[in-house]
Write a protein that binds this ligand. Structure first.
Ligand SMILES: [Zn+2]
Length: 304
């Protein structure tokens, strides 16, 4: 199986959101991992054309989770890729069939920018969707793809392993890391991040022992051990940091500013420049990450 990265050129910015194209040796069967948002659909279809893949040849579309930057174009795409089955976690399933609730939740985060960022999200017909559970195997592009239940960023998150090459498509569970960068930013949006579950998923990925990580934001990385170590450390560190700020009585805006200052300093220390921070923010803005961490801190306390 051959793996190609299609750059969806999100908000006219390269290498922020990817869709991965899996090609069979026979040249007549293909699959996709992630659809990107509807606003990038023309980029996705151009990518298929570029690789000589007809719409009829795409038989599987694997979704890591239903957030709009990963699966927003699913409804439109189901109309274009008439032979494709859409694979998703069972908790994500109802949101593909009826995106209304998901759109309401996303509007709470993105407000008036919904249209500009994502475009319309249409339903996927029920008969076109299949649910995958942990370790479920499906045949695709002349090989197999194994689903791995990896909650944390979202409760309903799957990572997908291509066992021949050891490529693991990590969605958001392995964080945001852009090409040429070593820095990993943990995407922690509201409403359902779970840092404890996330750390367990990182440990699960260690046990899967992939040869390479393929985050949707963006590309492929082979320093798996270091990558996962840094992600785990930063996730814990940011959680403690935000918790401390909450205890000090800081408000949302102050915490977001503090997290930005901290995160940007960490990036600079790893050799990135400030323009990279803006690109990372297209996949995970500090205000959103702050909201997610603050909500997690509050909910965890309520449970105790
Ligand atoms: Zn994402």
């Amino acid at each position: 199986m051959q793996i190609e990265t299609i750059d969806l050129d999100f908000m006219d910015t390269g290498q922020v959101i990817a869709s991965f194209l899996l090609l069979g040796e026979d040249g007549a069967s293909a699959a996709l991992v992630e659809t990107g948002p509807t606003n990038c659909l023309h980029r996705l279809t151009a990518g298929l054309k570029h690789h000589g893949v007809s719409h009829e040849d795409v038989r599987q579309v694997y979704l890591t989770h239903v957030h709009l930057d990963h699966a927003g174009a699913s409804g439109h795409l189901s109309e274009v890729l008439t032979n494709a089955t859409f694979y998703v976690h069972e908790v994500g399933y109802p949101h593909l069939v009826d995106p209304a609730k998901l759109l309401k939740s996303a509007t709470r985060i993105y407000g008036e920018r919904m249209e500009e960022l994502w475009g319309e999200a249409r339903p996927v017909p029920e008969g076109r969707i299949e649910i995958l559970k942990d370790k479920d195997e499906t045949e695709a592009a002349g090989g197999i793809i194994v689903a791995h239940d990896t909650p944390g960023h979202a409760y309903h998150h799957l990572a997908y392993l291509e066992p021949d090459s050891g490529a693991l498509f990590t969605g958001d569970v392995a964080g945001i890391r852009l090409p040429g960068q070593s820095y990993i930013r943990p995407p922690t949006p509201p409403p359902e991040i779970d840092v404890e579950a996330w750390v367990q998923s990182i440990n699960y990925i260690r046990r899967i022992d992939p040869a390479s990580l393929w985050p949707t934001h963006f590309g492929t990385f082979e320093d798996v051990k270091r990558h996962l170590g840094e992600l785990e450390q930063r996730l814990q560190d940011w959680l403690l940091f935000v918790e401390g700020q909450v205890d000090d009585g800081a408000d949302r805006e102050e915490i977001s500013d503090q997290l930005r200052a901290k995160g940007d300093a960490e990036m600079l220390a790893e050799g990135s420049d400030i323009t990279q921070s803006e690109r990372y923010s297209l996949a995970g803005a500090y205000s959103m990450l702050t909201d997610g961490l603050m909500r997690y801190v509050t909910r965890r306390r309520e449970k105790r």
